[in-house]
Design a protein around this ligand. Structure first.
Ligand code: ADE
Length: 277
């Protein structure tokens, strides 16, 4: 029997509307790492089992540094998710990553300072060993290819690659910081990709992230500097486009075979764990 894919959608700011799921039911779960950001909303999209989780909680009261990323990923893994499609609002660090554009993230630079990045931390009740997980490629190649193909078919404009700088937040960057991040080759900037992508990798889940550019951060000499009002305005203008796109991505995931991809990811995890002597 081929593996039936199950997709977790981690909805970032503004992208967590449960109406996209049919036959919804809520499930409250806990994990060895504590509670996820909110209930899991279980349902289906065109026959594909799907679980929606709001990254910041449905009341949007959890700031990026306080999101329990480990509990979120663990909970989705426990429920049998083979895939996670993450959405996020991000700032732009390059002129050609324009507000309103979607970006299929393919790499990250970690500027977080205070987040747990592994399940294998030696604490009681947590998985045993030390895990040196490789993060190249950080994002699932096959899922990214599928998303690119979906965008082509639907004529959704999608920037195919982008390196995201993940800052600790919750403040935005200074202009000097923003310019340093540009000089490092960052294309976009956000507060949530790390450690989410890293933990998904440790969990052996096919993870991909579709980011909506909401602003030009603060590096440009003229024009608006990033502020909450601008971020909210851009995403409210684009939220239905993102939702429709995610629906099509999930549908397509349901039409593919994933046995080999999931096994390869699991092999990477198994090879990364050093058990105690
Ligand atoms: N999310 C949206 N815009 C952002 C920015 N400019 N910096 C960090 N996170 C963001």
């Amino acid at each position: 029997m081929p593996l039936m894919p199950k997709v977790g959608i981690i909805g970032g700011t503004g992208f967590d509307n449960p109406d996209i799921l049919k036959n919804r039911k809520e499930k409250k779960v806990t994990t060895p790492f504590g509670n996820p950001s909110d209930v899991l909303v279980l349902g289906e999209i065109n026959g594909v089992q799907t679980i929606l989780l709001s990254r910041h909680g449905r009341k949007h009261d959890i700031m990026p540094g306080n999101v329990n990323y480990r509990a979120n990923i663990w909970a989705l893994k426990e429920e049998g998710c083979t895939h996670i499609i993450a959405t996020a609002a991000v700032g732009s660090l390059q002129e050609n990553y324009k507000p309103g554009e979607l970006v299929l993230v393919d790499n990250f630079i970690d500027r977080t300072t205070n987040r747990k990045q592994t399940f294998y931390d030696g604490e009681p009740g947590h998985p045993i060993g030390v895990c040196h997980i490789p993060v190249e490629p950080a994002y699932c190649l096959k899922t990214r290819e599928l998303i690119l193909k979906t965008a082509e078919e639907l004529k959704v404009s999608l920037i195919p690659t982008g390196t995201v700088i993940t800052i600790e937040g919750p403040r935005y960057s200074s202009k000097a910081e923003s310019n340093v991040f540009r000089s490092w080759g960052g294309h976009i900037i956000g507060m949530t990709q790390v450690p989410e992508v890293v933990l998904a990798k440790e969990a052996g889940i096919c993870y991909a992230s579709v980011a909506l550019v909401t602003d030009y951060d603060c590096w440009r000499e003229s024009g608006e500097k990033v502020c909450v009002a601008e971020v909210m305005k851009t995403f409210s203008e684009n939220v239905s486009k993102v939702s429709k796109f995610v629906l099509s991505i999930v549908t397509k995931i349901g039409q593919e075979k994933w046995d080999d991809t999931v096994k390869e990811l699991q092999d990477v995890v198994n090879g990364a764990i050093m058990l105690p002597k």
